[in-house]
Design a protein. Structure first.
Length: 95
Protein backbone atom coordinates (compact mmCIF):
# COMPACT_ATOMS: atom_id res chain seq x y z
CA UNK A 1 0.00 0.00 0.00
CA UNK A 2 1.22 3.45 -0.82
CA UNK A 3 1.07 5.43 2.39
CA UNK A 4 0.63 8.81 0.80
CA UNK A 5 -2.32 7.36 -1.10
CA UNK A 6 -3.85 6.00 2.12
CA UNK A 7 -3.57 9.40 3.78
CA UNK A 8 -4.92 11.27 0.73
CA UNK A 9 -7.91 8.90 0.48
CA UNK A 10 -8.58 9.25 4.20
CA UNK A 11 -8.42 13.03 4.01
CA UNK A 12 -10.71 13.12 0.95
CA UNK A 13 -13.28 10.91 2.70
CA UNK A 14 -13.27 12.76 6.03
CA UNK A 15 -13.29 16.25 4.58
CA UNK A 16 -17.06 16.54 4.90
CA UNK A 17 -17.49 14.09 7.81
CA UNK A 18 -18.34 15.98 11.02
CA UNK A 19 -17.68 12.86 13.14
CA UNK A 20 -13.93 13.00 12.51
CA UNK A 21 -11.82 15.41 14.53
CA UNK A 22 -8.13 16.20 14.98
CA UNK A 23 -7.58 13.29 17.38
CA UNK A 24 -8.91 10.81 14.83
CA UNK A 25 -6.67 12.26 12.14
CA UNK A 26 -3.64 12.16 14.41
CA UNK A 27 -4.29 8.55 15.38
CA UNK A 28 -4.86 7.44 11.78
CA UNK A 29 -1.61 9.05 10.65
CA UNK A 30 0.22 7.39 13.57
CA UNK A 31 -1.21 4.03 12.45
CA UNK A 32 -0.07 4.60 8.83
CA UNK A 33 3.36 5.68 10.09
CA UNK A 34 3.60 2.54 12.26
CA UNK A 35 2.71 0.39 9.25
CA UNK A 36 5.51 1.97 7.24
CA UNK A 37 7.99 1.52 10.09
CA UNK A 38 7.09 -2.17 10.30
CA UNK A 39 7.83 -2.84 6.66
CA UNK A 40 4.35 -2.26 5.24
CA UNK A 41 3.07 -5.66 6.37
CA UNK A 42 -0.42 -6.28 7.68
CA UNK A 43 -1.42 -6.54 10.38
CA UNK A 44 0.34 -3.74 12.19
CA UNK A 45 1.34 -4.97 15.64
CA UNK A 46 1.37 -2.16 18.18
CA UNK A 47 1.23 -1.29 21.84
CA UNK A 48 -1.24 1.39 22.92
CA UNK A 49 1.48 3.49 24.53
CA UNK A 50 3.41 3.66 21.24
CA UNK A 51 0.39 4.83 19.23
CA UNK A 52 -0.51 7.33 21.95
CA UNK A 53 3.01 8.74 21.89
CA UNK A 54 3.10 8.94 18.08
CA UNK A 55 -0.33 10.55 17.85
CA UNK A 56 0.44 12.97 20.73
CA UNK A 57 -2.52 11.74 22.77
CA UNK A 58 -2.40 11.85 26.54
CA UNK A 59 -5.77 10.43 27.55
CA UNK A 60 -6.51 6.72 27.31
CA UNK A 61 -10.21 7.55 26.97
CA UNK A 62 -9.58 9.72 23.92
CA UNK A 63 -7.35 7.04 22.41
CA UNK A 64 -9.92 4.28 22.89
CA UNK A 65 -12.78 6.47 21.62
CA UNK A 66 -10.87 7.40 18.46
CA UNK A 67 -9.78 3.81 17.89
CA UNK A 68 -13.37 2.60 18.31
CA UNK A 69 -14.64 5.33 15.98
CA UNK A 70 -12.08 4.58 13.25
CA UNK A 71 -13.05 0.92 13.49
CA UNK A 72 -16.78 1.65 13.45
CA UNK A 73 -16.45 4.01 10.47
CA UNK A 74 -14.50 1.37 8.49
CA UNK A 75 -11.07 3.00 8.31
CA UNK A 76 -9.30 0.25 10.29
CA UNK A 77 -9.92 -3.19 11.74
CA UNK A 78 -8.70 -3.48 15.32
CA UNK A 79 -7.94 -6.81 17.02
CA UNK A 80 -7.07 -6.23 20.69
CA UNK A 81 -4.62 -8.58 22.36
CA UNK A 82 -6.09 -8.34 25.88
CA UNK A 83 -2.62 -9.27 27.14
CA UNK A 84 -0.25 -6.52 28.18
CA UNK A 85 2.72 -8.54 26.94
CA UNK A 86 1.33 -8.98 23.42
CA UNK A 87 0.75 -6.31 20.82
CA UNK A 88 -2.67 -5.57 19.41
CA UNK A 89 -3.22 -5.89 15.66
CA UNK A 90 -4.53 -3.22 13.32
CA UNK A 91 -5.41 -3.61 9.65
CA UNK A 92 -5.72 -0.54 7.42
CA UNK A 93 -8.90 -0.46 5.36
CA UNK A 94 -9.24 1.64 2.26
CA UNK A 95 -12.83 2.61 1.53
Amino acid sequence: MKFATAIFLFMDIIQEDPRIGPSHISLYIAIVYSCRKQGSKMPIRIYRKDLMRRSKMRGKGTYHRCLRDLTEYGFIRYVPSNDSLKRSQIYLSVK
